[in-house]
Design a protein around this ligand. Sequence first.
Ligand SMILES: *Cc1c(COP(=O)(O)O)cnc(C)c1O
Length: 344
Amino acid sequence: MSQIIDARSDTVTRPTPAMLEAMMLAEVGDDVYGEDETVNELQRKAADLFGMEAALFCPSGTMTNQIGIRVHTRPGDEVICDELSHVYLYEVGGIAANSGASVRLLKGDRGRFTAEQVRSQVSSRSDVHAAWSRLVVVENTVNKGGGACWDFAELERIRGVCNEHELALHLDGARVFNAIVARNESPRDYGRLFDSISICLSKGLGTPAGSLLLGSGEFIAKARRFRKMMGGGMRQAGYLAAAGLFALEHNVARLHDDHRRAKTIERELQGLSYVSSVLPVETNIVIFTIDARSSTDEFLRSLQSHGIKAGSMGGSTIRFVMHLDIGDDQVGALVEKLRTLQVA
Ligand SMILES: *Cc1c(COP(=O)(O)O)cnc(C)c1O
């Protein structure tokens, strides 16, 4: 492990020797022909885990979200999501470009809106002027909300509103395993509620690449065509799928460790004079703001000169994310540096 503590994101992890070994031993075939048995096994395993019919392995979480939205909507339809959501902020305007859909933004609490907000914003199907609301997207955990977890009861109420208004419900579950572990939930609870789910294997689960889209058999059959259209059909993808299988088996329960370490950093930050606020830590993400009089760039440079990489979230907001390559020793060193840092 390098001396640098890279806490910018949980995407920066390198595969462990054990994961690499599993990848080396993978049986592979051409997945565009559906002949890669390792990909097929990963898709089956993930679908089973969530109690859904089928799954599709894709290169990235952006692609699984964008394909999901594409299958659920038609041009001119409207997608309802939170103003902090990844599908809106960080997918290059893909909802408009890939699906021709418009977006209705809700203002939630750290990315979590209520069923009542959805109900009050659904367009009327009898109004000739209105874009038809067709899909609700929920993100759990909410990245920009500091890894906030949803209350499951609220998700159930949102499902109820979707049923009343014939809306599909998609989960951007890039970090849903963090929520499942933190809240002691079961993947099957999510499978029952959502029409489609996107999960990332390359975040806290530590694979080099890959995400899965889950849904009904019919939904995934359509999704497979859009994956090909978007250029996401991979050939001997079993090498990557093997990393995914390894991650589902070995790297889910350990997310607790990341959450505990994030809590340690939260407690430390709360006592520092140059920190003005810290979002409540629920999972592996720590978002905080530094005193407005300090320069964010200078703060990040100073951290970097001490071997610590943090992410900038705009303005004076900074992000640390815990992951597989940051252990207790690194957190100890990080906390020590935060304490001794001279912030102008
Ligand atoms: C990372 C992330 C994604 C997908 O990102 P990729 O880098 O395309 O895999 C989607 N949603 C959320 C909330 C994310 O954090």
